[in-house]
Write a protein that binds this ligand. Structure first.
Ligand code: C5P
Length: 209
């Protein structure tokens, strides 16, 4: 079954916990990003991981050593997986995968951002990123639901790597993405709605079709 992942980009730890509990029965995993972790502290990941597995979307993009430290902090704080930028190249990708392996965790590499700017530089190299991420041992990829033609190409190149797609909802990505992806990542469409549990339930129903 296709996964539904909540991108919990709120900036208050208690609010994050409240939303996570409300939507828990409809989502498979929770993705945290800088807005929440820099506001609430890294300990929020452990609390959330008691509700659902946590993906640490730190979009790691540094030299291998610094990247390995960031990945280690994420896994030591209960992350189930981390997201790394793919454009950093093989050495950083390999190093992050090595740390993940120590913890039995997973690594997802960003191919191209789902926002319009993702097309300016990243679309030109995203298929190469797929190749490098695969060689480095990444478990999966992050690819845009906002550019279905790119997603289709990425799917072809990815083989059996898992693909997660952000962009549905606030960024106007297409639900058609579920044809090519293993899961969708939705943030504002759920947490910024009047009724997060109901929005998550509706999306879950769409994923079952
Ligand atoms: O609120 P929204 O549904 O747009 O949230 C999307 C989430 O996915 C954000 O946390 C954003 O950082 C993340 N993301 C993205 N595009 C990528 C990779 C991650 O929108 N290519």
């Amino acid at each position: 079954m296709k996964q539904l992942i909540l991108a919990l980009d709120v900036m208050d730890g208690e609010k994050a916990m409240e939303i996570a509990k409300k939507v828990a029965e409809h989502v498979d995993r929770i993705k945290v990003n800088y807005p929440l972790v820099l506001s609430a502290g890294v300990g929020i990941m452990k609390r959330l991981s008691e509700i659902k597995p946590v993906i640490a979307d730190f979009k790691i993009a540094d030299v291998p050593y610094t990247s390995s430290l960031i990945a280690r902090i994420a896994f030591e704080n209960s992350a189930e997986s981390v997201i790394v930028h793919g454009f950093v190249g093989s050495d950083t990708l390999r190093e992050v995968c090595r740390v993940a392996e120590e913890f039995g965790g997973k690594v997802y590499a960003v191919t191209e951002l789902s926002s319009p700017g993702g097309e300016e530089f990243m679309s030109a190299v995203s298929l190469k990123i797929v190749e490098k991420a695969k060689e480095a041992g990444c478990h999966g990829l992050i690819a845009p639901s906002t550019r279905i033609e790119r997603l289709r190409e990425i799917r072809k190149a990815a083989g059996d790597m898992e693909i997660l797609c952000p962009g549905i909802g606030a960024q106007k990505g297409s639900i058609e993405a579920v044809k090519y992806a293993d899961g969708i990542i939705v943030g504002r469409g759920i947490y910024a709605s009047g009724n997060p549990a109901e929005e998550a339930r509706k999306l879950r129903r769409v994923l079952k079709i």
